[in-house]
Design a protein around this ligand. Structure first.
Ligand code: IMP
Ligand code: MG
Length: 181
């Protein structure tokens, strides 16, 4: 990592403002149909979406249960291998008859969201929605989209606010672009 540098792309302030806006949108959409007997399950894709989900979901004013799942699509490096695998976290029987909100960090090629949506639907969820901090539409390899999007960005590799490159830079409070020094 010594030969790499991170240039700020989204400041803490920009993220904070946008996250609050998305929380309001989700609250609005959920409040019409949710009651205490029917909480939404927020399915958080760890580790990338942990900080985003923590900031976002604390501001959603509707009953929510948390589930965390790990999905691996990358070995080391910046390219998806196209075959994301769920490597644990949640028992799929939890989703039967439930409304599920998937929360991920980046929608990139689309393989991860596509796979997780399929699994959740096949587990009997009655409604599946998705929310991503970042969308890179120019990188899409499969047709996929999210219902809530924080920021649409170009084809750049970013880190911080939960996102990593080989586990580095995840805890930066802002989002920055990684490049060679
Ligand atoms: P997809 O399956 O290609 O859509 O990739 C989604 C996953 O790739 C995300 O959950 C991230 O973990 C990872 N990813 C994609 N782009 C970036 C990036 O710019 N920085 C860090 N991780 C990324
Ligand atoms: Mg990830």
């Amino acid at each position: 990592m010594e030969s790499m540098k991170v240039s700020p792309l989204l400041t803490e302030e920009q993220i904070r403002i946008r996250v609050a806006e998305i929380a309001r949108d989700i609250t609005r959409d959920l409040s019409t149909k949710v009651n205490d007997d029917d909480p939404t399950i927020a399915l958080i894709l760890a580790n990338g979406a942990l900080f985003f989900a923590a900031d976002l979901l604390r501001q959603v004013e509707a009953p929510i249960e948390l589930q965390v799942v790990r999905v691996s699509s990358y070995g080391a490096g910046t390219q998806s291998n196209g075959m994301p695998e769920i490597i644990g976290g949640v028992s799929l029987d939890k989703f039967r008859g439930r409304r599920v909100l998937i929360v991920d960090d980046v929608l990139d090629t689309g393989h991860t969201l596509s796979k997780i949506k399929k699994v959740v639907r096949e587990s009997g969820a009655k409604e599946v929605r998705s929310c991503v901090l970042l969308d890179k539409p120019s990188r899409r390899a499969v047709e996929e989209n999210a219902d809530y999007i924080g920021f649409t960005i170009d084809d750049v590799f970013v880190v911080g606010y939960g996102l990593d490159l080989n586990d580095a830079w995840r805890t930066l409070p802002y989002v920055g672009i990684v490049s060679e020094k």
